[in-house]
Design a binder for this molecule. Sequence first.
Ligand code: 1HE
Length: 258
Amino acid sequence: MTPSDLVTCTVEGAVATLTLNRPAKRNALSLEMIRTLDRHLAALPESARVIVLAANGDHFSAGLDLSELGEMSAAEGVFHSRAWYEVFDRLQFGRRPVVALLHGAVVGGGLELAACAHVRVAEHSAYFGLPEGQRGIFLGGGGSVRISKLIGFSRVTEMMLTGRTYNADLAMQVGLVHHCVPDGEGAAKALELAQRIASNAPMSNFAIMHALPLIAEQPMSHGLMTESLVGAITQSAPEAKARMADFLAKRAAKVERS
Ligand code: 1HE
């Protein structure tokens, strides 16, 4: 397999699908794989407005490629970690919302990668774990921050100390994933969600992706100020004006009961 095959990319309409493609190694994340993901991100056409992040084989990802750690010095370890952060930041704080489609093992660095997505869809086969403690290492792909923000540091602590895994139902209950669907139905669900996201005004999607996490970290007075400023900019876009006019003229879809 050439490095460029480690992650594949297809674009259909507004949705780009990036697929981890190292099934023989359970999509263990080598640095080359992370860099390949980054190259695909950089090369996406303007027409691609939402990303679906999926994986080939029986597992989403077995996490860090453990064969790469052995020879690393402490300094190299820091730079390795920073290299992951750069790519994961571009995924979370880029221009395109990301829908992760999860199945099988979603563990260690694989869960850290999934935590960068904005929407997570799990098939029933998915299970989630942080086996770093068992391997004698620690998180290094931003999980101590991102996963703790999703489910709280107490759960992360218990998962890491005991090696417990969460099945898809439990992951749903604690808010680690947003949707749980039968095996084989994840791709259709992820696509449906991606298309729905792509139909939003781009500036709204940008505000949701970028302002919400910022506001969550701000004290209330700053958060409210950020919200009013970002809200004013978002609603002043011509597309927002057109969409509101459409609704008032009864040309737009109503909110549907779920
Ligand atoms: C790997 C890796 C890997 C599999 N690095 N090579 N992650 C872990 O501790 C999880 C380790 N992996 C597993 O527990 C299992 O592989 C799975 C439960 C995910 C899947 O089991 P299974 O039976 O389907 O596959 P397997 O037989 O264990 O593995 C198939 C091959 O993939 C095998 O190689 P082969 O050459 O003998 O065929 C495995 O060695 C290889 N493989 N997982 C390297 N992770 C930024 S810091 C993040 C820190 C972490 O992510 S720590 C968590 C690491």
